[in-house]
Design a protein around this ligand. Sequence first.
Ligand SMILES: [Zn+2]
Length: 341
Amino acid sequence: MFDNLIGNDDTKALLQRLAVNGRVPQSMLFAGPEGVGKKLFAFELARMLLCADGGCGKCSVCSRIGVFDIPKPEKGEDYDAVFLSDHPDVGMVLPYRRNLRVGAIRELEREAHFRPFEADKRIFVINDAEKMNDSSANALLKTLEEPPSTTYLVLIASRPDSLLQTIRSRCQNIRFAPVPVSEIEKHLIAASRLSPDDASLAARVSGGSVGRALGLEINWFRQVRDSMVEVIRAGLMTGNISSMLQTSELMNDAKNKDRYEDTIGILESLVRDVFALSKGAERLSIANADIAKSLLELSSGATTEKIERWITEIEELQFNYLVNVNRKVATDGLFVKMARA
Ligand SMILES: [Zn+2]
């Protein structure tokens, strides 16, 4: 059990103990950073609860759990549903865009009251639970208060603080931590075809998220990172605003629009690294350790005040991004401020 999941050994041990002793709480909140495997842990727990062998990983029950065929949504109503896995006693609700819709939670309430189809229990995963608005959360409260004795609910949240206190207090909190870089690196070398250099880079910049490390397109990453290094160089050294604005143009090109958020994330991590280096941090301790030499050069032009202003501006842009501003205008604004800060 949990053999193919890496990291969070204490959490593994805790869940195993609860399952073996028949004491798995009916309402749980899996809280921890994005991409550390919270959902995979939830399905593994479902296997322990439903498989006659306690989660053998090989039988028909185990292999059907967590396998979903989710249609691409065309409109919000398409997600007013509980998606059942190939094993019909394991289901999941998902947010549509940035919203976990009240319609989905009402469906969940209905499903939660059905008797199990095949097994003697049903397990439902509420993905990105922090995306519930107040009416969704209130609809869920009813189910959390009196879950039918055969129903188990697992709320997944990377920002649990945004959940209503009334929701959090009705769940057993199970915490997940970032996975150490060395473990991710080992896993990447074993599980993907990355070279040791690429695996090391992907692991370092993943922020402890196995999912993010596995999903990273390393060539794209290096290319975009180079252009963000140039933005920093312009901001700290050359003051070349027109090259910054060209980069902004490219970032907001239609073909790059899905990667905008990731690109800003790369810029942020570089700025933080430059800051750390300017404060005397060890080269190997930074996320972008493989280009520490050029970042160290840039850090000579950085002052604490300037970098702090940059970070504030970047965070503001990331926040505004959530409320749908015009990204091109926002990026131009950020770069101009960076050059003039
Ligand atoms: Zn099994």
